[in-house]
Write a protein that binds this ligand. Structure first.
Ligand code: PPS
Length: 576
């Protein structure tokens, strides 16, 4: 791939590798694509494809071949030595890869059906995802969201090869705030902005961010590009519709002549230091001369021991190491904190001794929003808070899901039915019961009990429950859901929209078997039913469920009431 690492880079971003073809080729490709095997891109792959096609990932010309992939994982460079820190892969299923050979061409389709690109497959390979996680993220701890994704959600086969682009993915939201690298470069050139500093964010912006961005742009005598990620960010982040409404308010606090807002359709990896280097390269491609790297850039949060995955300034260090060949200047910045006595934001190292410092973390902010608590003026702008409040109603108005999990015959359905009746009596929101047997009849009738089928079944339940929760209703789910990883996925899916209360119905296996209401345990013991949970199939116990109940010790009525009390304690239901 092109662009030797020592090539001098112009202030406007260097060579741009755009992969959309010209009109003549487009007509040929459209005809060809009709008969090609077609891969339906998932959300992440759409994001990656967009930045490949529009040049945001220059100098890449397609998804990485094995040689480039291994070199990127091991050395942060493409096989030809070009600096590139994050692997960009097209992961597909075994079923799709079967019968594909190097040299074949495939069509890459957007979920809306159009072909975005035709790929010439150069390489078909099965990655060692543990090694990939270790090398790229420095960990195999599944608390890292991208490690979890790699281990549980990524497809097993990677296809490498060049792309010929037919069209960019369509966007129906905030069109006027979306720009390709070429469009941004042209815009900057038109305005005479030849020194632009980019500010990356995946969170709503508050006063501290504004102060930081203002200071950084003043220090670099630069124009400012607020360049938030609206592709995929960390599970649980504030969704981008809400954030963009906030950015539109925040941008009014900057001088119009020096500041611009543009949205970046990137799928983040939360890769800390390596991600910071990647972000810098992307911003160079978008025509920026400088890039702000603050504290804990693209940090994935805490590991399973409760410690940060990366040091707060590791990202700055790594970007500094590659500064000379990056072609974009890092503008390092410390955390900004509010000093009450000065009524002012200052970098943490400049806080006068003994001064009282105020700070509200992202987690604390989310907590206050979810609880409907006060947010002080020094922290944010009233307009931003009001946009956030619209999106985060008080808990008594939010949707939620009660997710029962436990062995067959443990009493899930019985408690779930009683809970449903009680919630309907309360009557503040519509209630839907997604019981294991009901779902298998209506939603998953073609599925069996293999690991794959059970996962599909639970993800379907999770999807329906997330839609109900999003629309501020109540979903009660009662499947066995034996796998911890799938339950975590469902928790993440739903947690972004409202409450998720996991109830482990921990009735011992011996009791469930003794009851054997449906006669299934007897059949399973006799070998007439295979893969029966608890007998010859695993049940992974929940580690941190919100509630644990056991129907061998208490009646279903009492236990349903316990769940209700938990809902009340969490603020989802109110006593009048
Ligand atoms: S899963 O694992 O969550 O997809 O299972 P679920 O959809 O809840 O379905 C469980 C019900 O199906 C009956 N059944 C079996 N359960 C476990 N293992 C095997 N092999 C199996 N075959 C049929 C069983 O009646 C379960 O109902 P519940 O209500 O849990 O007793």
């Amino acid at each position: 791939m092109t662009n030797p690492s020592n090539e001098l880079v112009a202030p406007h971003g260097g060579a741009l590798k755009e992969l959309l073809v010209d009109e003549t080729r487009l007509a040929e490709l459209k005809r060809e694509a009709v008969d090609l095997p077609s891969w339906d891109l998932n959300e992440r792959q759409v994001c990656d494809s967009e930045l490949l096609l529009n040049g945001g990932f220059s100098p890449l010309e397609g998804f990485l071949t094995r040689k480039d992939f291994e070199s990127v994982c091991g050395n942060m460079r493409l096989a030809d030595g070009t600096l590139w820190p994050i692997p960009i892969n097209l992961d597909v299923t075994e079923a799709f890869a079967e019968g594909l050979n190097a040299g074949d061409r495939i069509a890459l389709r957007h979920p809306e059906g159009m072909v975005l690109a035709v790929m010439t497959v150069e390489d078909i390979y099965r990655p060692d995802v543990r090694a990939q996680a270790e090398q790229v993220f420095g960990t195999v701890d599944e608390a890292h969201p991208e490690v979890f994704r790699l281990f549980h959600q990524s497809n097993p086969v990677y296809l490498g090869g060049r792309l010929e682009g037919l069209e960019l993915p369509p966007h129906h939201t905030f069109k006027h705030l979306r720009h390709t690298p070429r469009e941004l470069r042209d815009w900057f050139a038109k305005l005479g902005w030849n020194n632009v500093v980019a500010f990356q964010t995946r969170n709503p912006m508050h006063r501290a961010h504004v102060e930081l961005a203002k200071r950084a742009s003043q220090q670099g005598a630069a124009n400012l590009l607020i360049h938030p990620v609206v592709g995929m960010t960390k599970p649980g982040d504030v969704d981008y519709f809400v954030r963009v409404r906030c950015y539109q308010e925040v941008v009014k606090h900057f001088p119009e002549q020096t500041t611009a807002l543009s949205l970046l359709p990137l799928a983040m990896r939360m890769g800390g230091p390596r991600e910071a280097v990647w972000h810098a390269i992307i911003r160079k491609n978008f025509g920026c001369a400088r890039f702000i790297v603050g504290r804990d850039h693209a940090g994935p949060g805490k590991n399973s021991q409760g410690e940060d995955f990366y040091g707060p300034y590791d990202a700055q260090e790594l970007v500094r190491k590659y500064q000379d060949e990056l072609g974009i200047v890092m503008q390092p910045f410390e955390e900004m904190v509010y000093v009450e006595d000065l009524a002012q934001y200052v970098p943490r190292s400049e806080v006068p001794e003994d001064a009282r410092v105020l700070n509200i973390s992202g987690t604390e902010l989310r907590r206050r929003l979810k609880e409907g608590l006060e947010l002080p003026d020094w922290f944010s702008y009233p307009e931003v808070i009001s946009k956030l409040r619209e999106a985060f109603p008080p808990k008594r108005e939010q949707g939620f899901t009660v997710f029962f999990t436990g062995l067959s015959g443990s009493g899930k359905s019985t408690i779930a039915n009683i809970l449903m009746a009680k919630l309907m009596e309360i009557g503040t929101r519509p209630v839907t019961l997604l019981d294991g047997d009901l779902v298998r009849k209506h939603l998953s009738s073609e599925l069996g009990f293999s690991k794959e089928h059970r996962e599909t079944n639970i993800k379907r339940i999770g999807y329906v429950a997330s839609e109900i929760t999003k629309n501020r209703g109540i979903a009660i789910c009662a499947p066995i859901a034996p796998y911890a990883a799938t339950r975590r996925e469902v928790r993440e899916m739903i947690g972004q929209y409202g409450g998720f209360i996991e109830v482990h119905v921990a009735t011992p296996l011996a009791v469930c078997e003794e009851r054997d209401r449906k006669g299934l345990y007897a059949k399973a013991r006799a070998g007439l039913i295979k893969q029966f949970t608890g007998i010859d199939d695993p049940y992974e116990e929940p580690e941190n469920p919100e509630v644990v109940v056991d129907t061998s010790r208490f009646s279903a009525d009492e236990l349903a009431h316990q769940v209700l009390l938990q809902l009340e304690k969490q603020g989802y239901i109110d006593r009048e």
